[in-house]
Design a protein around this ligand. Structure first.
Ligand code: GTP
Length: 235
């Protein structure tokens, strides 16, 4: 039996991570590759909840000149598209999946009910939380933190397009330095922005560690649950 460091995780996948080289929308090969690794992680016996972003279709800040609440509602709908895409790809691998939405759309998915979500996890179903928290002005990073706390996840696995937390934006500064570990307090003091400060502050207050890593190597999800130090750990 493989030693697992984390038995219940909240996996946050950025919307962009699903678009692969295309840069927007869902790339079939990319989503399949990610779901193969989620499948293997699930096979290890890990209870997995997922929050997916929507930035591959729409992000609140794309709505320049728009009402922010409307732009954020559009972003929430983008997360539903990604959640259904992930559900389909995971179910085609034989994993039972339940999508729960923070905003009711019962014809499409279950509404979010915390106790049902926990029950699904106990029954080894993957639960995907869509629509963020259903509130504008909050990111899907913050939704991931909130849901992780509610389901008693032991860690948030933050799968991004960047392989960790840097002291400045590595896409703009080639000399940016990556942290192996950083406390939430230090993260907030430095004014870093890879994870939004609301999510960081929430995880600090609720003692939820966050493992930030890139999906350039999809095996990183499995490595992270086994406790390998990859990317950046925020504690
Ligand atoms: P258990 O109660 O543990 O057996 O969980 P379950 O999810 O299998 O049972 P349930 O009867 O709640 O759901 C059966 C199927 O209907 C699952 O695929 C659910 O995702 C789906 N389902 C349940 N409630 C809703 C809903 O409000 N809307 C939609 N669209 N699907 C739902």
């Amino acid at each position: 039996m493989t030693e697992l460091k984390y038995k219940r995780i909240l996996l946050k996948i950025s919307g962009e991570a699903l678009s692969g080289e295309k840069g927007s929308g869902i790339d079939t090969d990319t989503i399949n590759e990610i779901c193969d690794r989620i499948y293997k992680t699930h096979e290890l016996g890990v209870e997995i909840a997922i929050v997916v972003g929507g930035g591959n279709f729409w992000r609140g800040r794309s709505g320049v000149g728009m009402d922010r609440t409307t732009a954020d509602h559009m972003g929430m709908l983008a997360t539903v598209i990604n959640s259904l895409g992930l559900q389909d790809a995971l179910e085609s691998r034989g994993i039972p999946v339940r999508v729960q939405t923070a905003i009711e759309m019962k014809q499409i998915a279950e509404p979010y009910v915390r106790r049902k979500a926990v029950r699904h996890l106990e029954k080894k179903r993957i639960v995907i939380f869509a629509c963020g928290m259903g509130n504008p002005y909050f990111s899907t990073d913050t939704a991931a933190a909130q849901r992780a706390a509610e389901i008693n996840a032991e860690a948030i696995l933050m799968a991004k397009n960047v392989d960790g937390i840097y002291d400045s934006d590595p896409s703009k500064n080639p000399n940016a330095i990556k942290f192996d570990k950083i406390s939430y307090q230090e993260y907030l003091n430095k004014g870093l922005s890879a994870i939004d400060s609301t999510a960081a502050s929430f995880c600090k207050d609720n003692s939820i560690p966050m493992l930030v890593f890139g999906l350039d190597n999809p095996d990183n999800i499995i490595r992270a649950v086994k406790g390998e130090e990859i990317g950046t750990t925020i504690y």
